[in-house]
Design a protein around this ligand. Structure first.
Ligand code: PMP
Length: 358
């Protein structure tokens, strides 16, 4: 008889993505970059692929690309004078894959997460039968005094900064207090290119610090599925023991290689998005929370009778997809910063929505 893991009965099924159903929708729900990489970049990528044997497996432990990423990070964070090499880097099929390994390699009873935050920390922990301890963010969505709530049971601590879905960065002094306790601390910096702040400078000082970054957001490569983990060699070695062989495929490898050899355009896109985010925030004063990322969390609770569900449906009727929430966040929506034109359409639609609930 066929029996499924009972844990799965609590997991919802994935639904087909709305962007596939209709291409005239403006999708502002996934915190993607609104700009695809340029034709010039794609051409360099095609040339690399033309010189690559696709009948061969990629390198077993992705040594070459890991070294290139280490050197890229040393350059990207020049002012921190990092001294990274391939032994500090793991590449994954998105940072999601790396999260799935992180929950497995340490010992200890409880995985600490700080809701509201990125769901995948809890998802992979639960999938591996681990106990998740929730220490909610404070009223400013910060991790104030989290260090006092961590005890010997801690296995690892996930901190998302800037945090998804609230958009704010976490205070550096609070993160340091947690690092001082010595437990493994993951700082998920998926959106840190938009805050221009990183904890990566503390890697040498704190061997328990693990940084996650991704090429999916600022680097505009969500479709390529490339995430990176940066940590000390001991942690990297443990992950390499359990990592699926060849999970980082040759196409991802060549595209990442291309983008890190040509990232001037990426820097321009980051500045464009930051500028648009700030402009959008100004127009949404009283509704949008302060954001250090490429999305805004919008609180609708001021408008009596307006729920996230109603707002979501209104935007959808106007061909815009936003992210809605349920539970404690049922009166909030999250919107990704798009192109200038997309943001204007969003604003026009938001103003029409407000007019309905004066
Ligand atoms: N961390 C955070 C905070 C995210 O929001 C996301 C993507 N939504 C990820 C990690 C995963 O990114 P990737 O595309 O690299 O799997």
């Amino acid at each position: 008889m066929m029996k499924f893991n009972p844990i799965l009965s609590n997991f919802p099924e994935y639904k087909p993505s709305s962007t596939i159903i209709s291409s005239d929708l403006i999708d502002l729900s996934k915190n993607e970059n609104p700009f695809d990489v340029s034709h010039e970049i794609k051409q360099i990528f095609y040339n690399k692929i033309n010189q690559t044997s696709l009948n061969r497996y990629p390198e077993l432990t992705s040594e070459t690309i890991r070294q290139k990423i280490a050197e890229f990070l040393n350059d990207y964070f020049k002012s921190y004078k990092l001294n990274l090499n391939k032994n500090n880097i793991v590449v994954g099929n998105g940072s999601d894959e790396l999260i799935s390994y992180l929950v497995k390699i340490f010992d200890g009873e409880e995985v600490i997460v700080c809701p509201p935050t990125f769901e995948m920390y809890e998802f992979y922990s639960t999938l591996h039968n681990l106990k998740v301890k929730e220490v909610p963010l404070d009223q400013n969505f910060e991790i104030r005094n989290l260090d006092q709530k961590i005890n010997e049971k801690a296995r690892l601590i996930f901190i998302c900064s800037p945090n998804n879905p609230t958009g704010n960065i976490q205070p550096e002094d609070e993160i340091i207090k947690i690092l001082e306790k010595g437990f493994p601390v993951v700082i998920d910096e998926a959106y840190a290119d938009f805050s221009k702040k990183s904890m990566i400078k503390y890697l040498e000082k704190y061997p328990n610090l693990i940084i996650l970054r991704t090429f999916s957001k600022a680097f505009g490569l969500a479709g390529i599925r490339a995430g990176i983990l940066i940590a000390n060699q001991e942690i990297v070695n443990q992950i390499m023991k359990i990592k699926s062989p060849y999970s980082f495929n040759i196409l991802s490898e060549k595209m990442v290689e291309t983008i890190i050899e040509n990232y001037e355009d990426v820097l321009k896109t980051i500045d464009y998005i930051i500028e648009e985010r700030n402009a959008l925030s100004k127009k949404l004063v009283g509704y949008a929370l302060k954001s250090d990322s490429n999305f805004l969390l919008i609180d609708l609770s001021k408008k009596k009778g307006l729920t996230a569900e109603k707002a979501y449906n209104f935007f959808l009727e106007n061909k815009i997809i936003v992210r809605k929430y349920t539970g404690v966040f049922e009166n909030k929506i999250r919107v990704t910063v798009g192109t200038k034109e997309e943001n204007q359409k969003f604003l026009d639609c938001f103003n029409s929505l407000l007019d309905k609930y004066y």
